[in-house]
Design a protein around this ligand. Structure first.
Ligand code: FMN
Length: 368
């Protein structure tokens, strides 16, 4: 399954060390302003090249929009975007063939696809494939901006260091001006230090992020199996290395009594609204016009330089693997951008499903 979404539908393709990764996006109405700059900006947000020990591959993103866009506007036809893989070094992976990396997808792919899968750089399971998701997310974000919806996330935990103070959505957005999007400077400094230390030691760390979607209109989500929480959870868990998700106040809610947990309903500007938003903007699987927020955690990057026990599948005997290739000391920063993208794609799909945007009509008057 490489297709996601019903009305705003993406199909991704490509492996880490193949020629390219890419995406075909179907369902975008005609007349949406879209430039290469919109795609480039999002792809660059996921690079973090300024922290060189965080992203040793630091692939300059060379991409092309192959179809669906003319004179800076979508045409209403499928948008195909291809992102070339330029900096793959496959020789690192020669000695890994038939020696699955613990924690990576190698073993699962071998068991499912036999010797036909591409193990180089993690192949189809690689974090590299999220570049295609991010490109599609750029288009989804552009569509959502027409509805006044904004999606942005930040890092809340890295290598066991947590952001503990409260913050606003404005602070979340402005944290992107820092080396890593972390609202708290003290936590940021400690996170950078732990990344540096783990890079030097050849190890890796996990962590967590929080995603916000504000300006979300009420009515997105379809009971029973198209609930917005369920679909966003599926979207999140489609990103490699995700291990947990907490919705709204999440596990903190589970510790409260009902009288504390419930968000009182009030009248705001003549409309029913929630006084607080512990529930993260969704009741009964349907948005209620309040911001959506949820947290997602990632495991540490599987590839580490330290010796790992595995099996040589050709000889069927124990083996020790010492990974010599490049790896992300933490997947968290890049994965955050992928998660923003999957969130935007899911919301754009539901906006079309709810009829807030029509895929069969131009957003603007057709030019005659
Ligand atoms: C953005 C991103 C970058 C990643 N970079 C690496 C990496 O450099 N090395 C590695 O071993 N795994 C990396 N991963 C994690 C693996 O892709 C992932 O653990 C693997 O596919 C197994 O999937 P699972 O963890 O969901 O079971 C990355 C994941 C993401 C989302």
């Amino acid at each position: 399954m490489n297709t996601f979404g019903r009305e705003f539908r993406i199909t991704t393709f490509g492996e880490s060390h193949g020629k390219a990764v890419g995406v075909v996006i179907d369902g975008v109405p005609a007349g949406l302003p879209l430039s290469e700059e919109d795609i480039k900006r999002e792809l660059e947000r996921r690079m973090f090249c300024h922290i060189h020990w965080l992203n040793p591959r630091c692939e300059p993103e060379e991409f092309e929009i192959l179809s669906g866009v003319k004179n800076g506007h979508t045409q209403g036809t499928p948008i195909a975007i291809v992102i070339w893989n330029k900096r793959a070094i496959s020789s690192y992976y020669d000695e890994l063939w038939m020696k699955p990396r613990p924690g990576h997808a190698d073993l699962a792919y071998y068991l499912k696809y036999g010797k036909f899968y591409d193990h180089r750089g993690g192949g189809r399971a690689s974090g590299r494939t999220t570049a295609a998701i991010v490109a599609a997310g750029a288009v989804a974000k552009k569509l959502l901006s027409q509805l006044g919806v904004e999606v942005c996330g930040h890092i809340i935990e890295l290598g066991g260091i947590e952001v503990r103070r409260s913050y606003t959505f404005e602070e979340v957005k402005s944290s992107w001006a820092k080396p890593l999007p972390v609202v708290d400077d003290e936590a940021l400094a400690a996170m950078l230090e732990t990344l540096r230390k783990n890079a030097a030691e050849g190890d890796s760390v996990g962590g967590g992020v929080e995603i916000w979607a504000v300006g979300v209109p009420p009515g997105l989500g379809e009971p029973h199996f198209g609930k917005i929480k369920a679909e966003l959870a599926m979207a999140a868990f489609s990103i490699p290395a995700v291990v947990a998700l907490d919705w709204g106040a999440g596990r903190a809610l589970a510790k409260m009594r009902g009288s504390e947990a419930n968000d009182p309903i009030i009248i705001k500007s003549g409309r029913p609204a929630l006084e607080s938003n512990k529930i993260g903007g969704v009741l009964g699987g349907i948005t209620v016009g309040e911001p959506i927020y949820f947290r997602v955690w990632f495991k540490p990057t599987p590839s580490v330089r330290k010796p790992q026990r595995t099996v040589d599948l050709a000889k069927m005997e124990p083996a020790v693997l010492e990974f010599r290739g490049r790896y992300d000391v933490s997947v968290v920063p890049k994965a955050l951008v992928a998660l923003e993208a999957m969130t935007a794609i899911t919301l754009a799909d539901h906006a079309l499903r709810a009829g807030l945007v029509r895929r069969d009509r131009p957003l603007r008057d057709p030019v005659v």
